[in-house]
Design a protein around this ligand. Structure first.
Ligand code: COI
Length: 357
């Protein structure tokens, strides 16, 4: 698989310097990978200077939201790397999302070459403190130019990248239990990584913020009884020393960080329970002290402890030891693996070839 390099992309890289503060997702490396789909096939993959894209005002993505994306990271700390973490899983999930959204699937080798090329050219801009990384955002949009409601025949696939620090600025989250709106229903698109799921969550994010919380905890759409996920993050709790997480259904994004943590926990002899988790049982377990830790996890969030749950009635539940030993240990071993400081027993880490320009 090859990529056509625009000399202007290399010029842009030579002229680029990282700003002093990077935040999350707001500084972008000055290159982007682009590949277009038309007439039933994918065209040439290109590395271009980062910049605006032109869309016809009737482009289907703008009206009907036919769009999918992924979140990945490249790591380069203490002279190790750059590394990708389980990139094939992201490529596979991207195509699972594409199928659900009736979009063209992209050959994994195009997806992976685009990601590797961005990382290989951006090595100098990967922040090197532990927990920092180059956040990668592969995405695909429907570009057909007409207002008919039908799957697009043309698509644009792109990868952009952002040198990033922590997703959250606070160490410990407070979470609103969302009992009114729902994120997903069985048979819906909750398992797909598509913009509409995030757009639909924003009203709750607004309410949560107004009430002093930073995130929403979504319940199932039918009974509003079972914990699902947190929009961009999966959920875990430690109860009686065991690690609990909602089992994956078609209403929950199948997180790659989530599945990696389950494996790492098992490797460390921690019992993991994947099952339907009743919100009332969790809140009771927090009150009686049997739930000692809870945390959110995701590519962006890594592992972020949850210290407090609350609902609109004003009732609150405080977790006794949110930054407790299990979350700390799992976060440490996940980062050590991603950053190349641990033996990679599962073959999850990929070293990317650095490109000199
Ligand atoms: C990720 O963790 O990569 C996500 O896609 C979450 C996003 C909302 C930042």
């Amino acid at each position: 698989m090859s990529i056509k390099i625009d000399p202007k992309a290399l010029e842009a890289l030579k002229n680029f310097t990282l700003p002093e503060t990077i935040g999350f997702g707001s500084t972008l490396v000055p290159i982007m990978a682009v590949c277009d789909y038309r007439d039933g096939k994918w065209g040439e993959l290109e590395l271009l200077p980062y910049g605006p894209i032109t869309l016809d005002p009737t482009a289907k993505v703008l009206h009907y939201g036919q769009e999918i994306f992924e979140g990945m990271k490249a790591y380069h700390t203490d002279g190790h790397g750059p590394y990708l973490f389980r990139p094939e899983r992201n490529a596979q999930r991207f195509n699972e999302s594409a199928r659900r959204m009736a979009m063209a699937e992209i050959p994994e080798e195009i997806y992976l070459e685009a990601v590797r090329s961005i990382v290989g050219h951006s090595n100098d801009f990967i922040p090197t403190n532990s927990g920092e990384s180059l956040y990668l955002r592969p995405f695909m949009i429907a570009t057909d130019e007409n207002l008919g409601i039908k799957p697009s025949d043309t698509y644009k696939f792109m990868v952009i990248a952002s040198p990033s620090g922590s997703y959250f600025t606070t160490g410990c989250l407070s979470v609103l239990v969302e009992r009114e709106n729902v994120r997903a229903c069985p048979g819906g698109m909750g398992a797909a990584k598509t913009g509409g799921n995030y757009a639909g969550s924003l009203i709750s994010a607004q309410r949560a913020k107004k009430l002093g919380y930073q995130q929403t905890l979504w319940l199932d759409g039918i009974e509003k009884k079972y914990i699902e996920e947190m929009s961009g993050m999966n959920f875990f709790a430690v109860i009686d020393g065991k690690l609990f997480t909602p089992k994956i259904e078609d209403t929950i994004l199948d997180g790659i960080t989530r599945s990696s943590l389950i494996q790492l926990a098992k490797d460390q002899g921690i019992e993991v329970v994947e099952e339907k988790m009743e919100i009332e049982k969790l809140l009771k377990a927090i009150n009686d002290g049997s739930c000692t830790e809870s945390f959110a996890c995701g590519t962006a969030a890594i592992i972020t402890p949850i210290g407090k749950f609350g609902d609109v009635s004003g009732t609150e539940w405080n977790v006794s030891n949110p930054e407790g030993p299990i979350a700390k240990k799992l976060r440490g071993s996940l980062l050590a693996l991603q950053e190349g400081r641990n033996e990679d027993q599962h073959g999850w880490r990929e070293t990317v070839k650095v490109v000199c320009y």
